[in-house]
Each structure stands twice: as C-alpha cells, then as structure tokens.
Design a protein around this ligand. Sequence first.
Ligand SMILES: Nc1ncnc2c1ncn2[C@@H]1O[C@H](COP(=O)(O)OP(=O)(O)OP(=O)(O)O)[C@@H](O)[C@H]1O
Ligand SMILES: [Mg+2]
Length: 238
Amino acid sequence: MHTKAVVLNKIHQAFALGNKTIPILKGISLSAQSQEFLSIVGPSGSGKSTLLNCMSGLTQPTAGQVLINNVNPYQLSPSKLAQMRRQEIGFIFQSYNLVPALPVFENIVLPLRLSGEKIQRKTVQNLLEKMNFAADLNSFVTNLSGGEKQKVAIARVLLTHSKIIFADEPTGAVDSISKEIIFTLLRKLADDGACVVMVTHDIELAMRTDRTIILKDGLIQENLIKPTASQLLTTMEE
Ligand SMILES: Nc1ncnc2c1ncn2[C@@H]1O[C@H](COP(=O)(O)OP(=O)(O)OP(=O)(O)O)[C@@H](O)[C@H]1O
Ligand SMILES: [Mg+2]
C-alpha cells in the first residue's frame, strides 16, 4: 500500500526584504507518497528550493501545514526534529552542503556516524565508482569539481536508507553520462518504495518521473501525471 509520505496544506512562505514582505509561495497544497517519483519544475526564482525546504522540515512556512509521515515537523522539539530528519529524510542540496574541513569519506559517512552505524570504505568506494567517480576517499572536498561534489552529496544520502528523499537539482552540475546514472539511482529508490521529490530544470528527466508539478508565481500551475515533452514545454512557456 502506498502511504502519504509528505502532505502540504495551503503553504505560504514570505521573506522580509527591508521593510517589505515578499511572498514566494502563495498557498501550495500537495502530497507525495511512497514509491512515487515526483518532479518539481519552474522558472529560476519561482521558489522550488523554498518549497523543498518547507516540505522537508528545514524551514517553517509562514502559514499552512506540513506533515511528514503524518507528523508536523514544526511542532517537534529541535532534538526530535533533528532525529526525524536523520532517520526519515535524505536531502541532496542544490549547493551540496558538504563539510570542507573533512575528506570525501567522512563527508559521506557523517549521517551514519551520527546514528552509530559502521560502514566499510570499500562500500563507499564502490558506490562512487557506480556513479562514474573514481574518488580518492582521503582527498578534501574543496578540491573536487562541482559534479564530483554532487556525487559525494548523493552518495551520502543513498547510504542512509531514507524513505523520503528530497533532491534539489541533483544533476545540475554533472555530465550527461553521470546525469543518467544519478537519475537511474533515484528512479530505483522510488521503485523500491521511497518517496523521491526532485527539483529539476531538465525536461527530459521530468518526463521520466511519475508526476511533475510546475511552480509559477507562487502557485502550482500544473500537476501532470507522466507528462510528455510537449506538455511540459507548452506549460513552461506560458
Ligand atoms: N532565506 C531567504 N531570504 C530572503 N529571500 C529568499 C530566501 N530564500 C529564498 N529567497 C528568495 O525567494 C525566491 C525563490 O528562491 P528559490 O531559491 O526558492 O528559487 P528557485 O526556484 O529554487 O530558483 P533556482 O531555479 O534558481 O534554484 C528568490 O527570489 C529568492 O531570492
Ligand atoms: Mg533552487
């Protein structure tokens, strides 16, 4: 049975700019379930990352309700919220969010260390190699290219066995072969039962997810089940 992994009910998000308040999300209602691969597309600045942050317990919206596995993350104590994020959620950030002072291996196993899980270096090496990255696990992440950093960030999430994965443009910095590999890994996570929510600018990838929402002017402009390229192009041009 598919369970509702994330539910959003009339989410609003606004940011203060000087003495003004700029509305970014203007009432977003949406749910995503287990075994579903949902993509979010929309123009740059339309609030895709903002939406993902609200959905994942990172930033509390100014109004509206968020439920993650039937729990409102913003009603939890900071320690319970941290626990929920660690145990239930994997987040691949647009900006990678790696720790510069740590080598590749330590960056990847950081969440596992926090939950007391042990992992072999070989397992990590194999996973990166599967992503077309023959990494030196001892090198510092500051020396990596954008695409390599992205692969480290993705490996970190893949190893946590999270059932809800948020990915903010996970293929934004990589070549086309790596893009295909990363997409296939995410597709498999969803097929194996996870709920995967991916922000992307890539129409060809969005087409291969189960459902695409198009975000525009702070609202969901379209909710398309298995959209075709022409459907996506038409709605995005409007
Ligand atoms: N913490 C913040 N404080 C103030 N403004 C913010 C904050 N976060 C986002 N914004 C603004 O909200 C708008 C939406 O930003 P967001 O990063 O969500 O867009 P996006 O759709 O992810 O864009 P991109 O495709 O370029 O990644 C932008 O105008 C941005 O400047
Ligand atoms: Mg963004």
